[in-house]
Write a protein that binds this ligand. Structure first.
Ligand SMILES: O=C(O)C1=C[C@@H](OP(=O)(O)O)[C@@H](O)[C@H](O)C1
Ligand SMILES: C=C(OP(=O)(O)O)C(=O)O
Length: 414
């Protein structure tokens, strides 16, 4: 699909999808509570899929989480404690994304789960739940926090339904911590007694209450609009509705990160306004840590290369086990434009460029929505061909439509 920019500064309003992270937690909590209403659920496939699978699970013996990490991990825990029996599978890539940390923990708590193909990876056979504890005894587990926070969120959410409750002690260098905090905050909102004290998280046995909750727009999706404002002609700006200053989403960090690339954020009552500012010369290379916000890494790597404003990026370890190996994918695709993501020291990647130019290159997307959306803003600098553009349906199905509303022209590749 060819993408071209009609020229002039970016302006107007762009609609964002609702956060799929908030939605997929709220859907699990709602299913366990047995009621309540959720406003602003998005049309993102990850959210639609979670809704659909929760609805059909009671009458199904095989479910596919497709390529949705939260669906795979959260449902493994939910289906186990609700005594579901059947197979839980996913796409070929999902079958390469590890799940042993979660399965081990659930087995210790009393779940019967086995691997159908490769040990440590989906598909799983889920076979009911028999608590290993005498009634009233707390389930205490030590869980690694350095692979995926989704295992921890999954365990926490079913915590109230373990007889005696749950105490998790996180080990290792915990990544994506804001997502754990989001889980704790939403559990509390749904009436759970859940306390986080550093790396120890304690959930009392109990039930969730039917709750009404309005899901915020998605800050990870907002990051592509920050990128468009940063790369657009002088004077570019955009209004993004339904983002809050007080957010549960760690990817709100994009507001601070993008000050470095000349984008100023103003928080309005129920929206944010982004405006391009003149870029001050850069005296030294900044280091940005993505441990807490891994989904922003692709957006930032592409902006840094396109603006020839190098940054050192750390905390990228989890990128290798997401929808694709995002480090390898970034390296291959940036190289097509004169960009680079080079490991300059262990765990430190420099995003930079020499003679960066956009001129009809084809961007491969690797079944990864964020590859498509992170590279799309380059079309402001020249015509671009994006392969398999429908990949955005995972989190932001309306992305291309919103771009055309803002002055991009889309035509089909020959
Ligand atoms: O809990 C969540 O909603 C998510 C947690 C993060 O994953 P990891 O914890 O695997 O880093 C993030 O990358 C993903 O898009 C959504
Ligand atoms: C990593 C992502 O999603 P998930 O892990 O839920 O598949 C993402 O949306 O960038």
């Amino acid at each position: 699909m060819y993408l071209t920019w009609t020229g002039g500064p970016l302006s107007g309003i762009a609609q964002l999808p609702a956060s799929k992270s908030e939605a997929n937690r709220a859907l699990i909590l709602q299913a366990l509570a047995g009621g309540g209403t959720l406003d602003n659920l998005s049309d993102a496939n990850d959210t639609q899929l979670m809704q659909r699978l929760l609805a059909i699970a009671p009458n199904a013996t095989e479910l596919s989480a497709e390529d949705a990490g939260t669906v795979m991990r959260f449902l493994t825990a939910y289906l186990s404690v609700t005594n579901w029996r059947g197979r839980l599978t996913g796409t070929a890539r999902m079958q390469e994304r590890p799940i042993a940390v979660l399965v081990d923990a659930l087995q210790q708590a009393g779940a019967s789960i086995s691997y159908l193909t490769n040990k440590g990876y989906p598909p799983l056979e889920i076979g009911g739940f028999t608590s290993t504890k005498t009634t009233g005894a707390l389930t205490e587990l030590a869980v690694r926090g350095d692979i995926s926070s989704q295992y921890i969120s999954a365990l926490l959410m079913v915590g109230p339904y373990l007889p005696g409750g749950l105490r998790l002690t996180l080990t290792g260098h915990v990544g994506s911590r804001p997502y754990i905090n989001m889980t704790v905050a939403l559990m509390q909102l749904f009436g759970a007694n859940c306390v986080a004290e550093g790396d120890m998280l304690t959930v009392q046995a109990g039930t969730y209450s039917p709750t009404n909750y309005t899901i915020e727009s998605d800050w990870s999706a907002a990051s592509y609009w920050y990128s468009l404002v940063a790369m657009g002609p002088a004077g570019s700006e955009i209004m993004l509705p339904r983002l809050r200053r007080k957010s549960l989403q760690g990817d709100q960090a994009i507001a601070e990160i993008m000050t470095h690339f000349g984008v100023e954020t103003s928080f309005l009552p129920n929206a944010v306004h982004l405006k391009q500012q003149p870029l001050a010369p850069q005296s030294e290379i900044q280091t940005l840590d993505f441990t807490d916000c891994p989904d922003l890494a692709q957006t930032v790597a592409v902006v840094a290369a396109a603006l020839a404003r190098p940054v050192d990026m750390t905390g990228l370890e989890s990128l290798r086990i997401k929808e694709t190996d995002r480090i390898a994918a970034l390296q291959t695709e940036l190289a097509k434009f004169g960009g680079d993501l080079r490991e300059v020291a262990a765990g430190r990647f420099r995003a930079e460029s020499t003679d960066f130019a956009v001129d009809n290159q084809t961007v491969a997307t690797y079944h990864d929505h964020r590859m498509a959306m992170a590279f799309a803003p380059l079309a402001m600098r020249g015509p671009l061909n994006i392969e398999a553009p429908t990949v955005v349906r995972k989190s932001y199905p309306q992305f291309w439509k919103e771009l055309t509303k803002s002055g991009f022209v889309i035509s089909e590749a020959d």
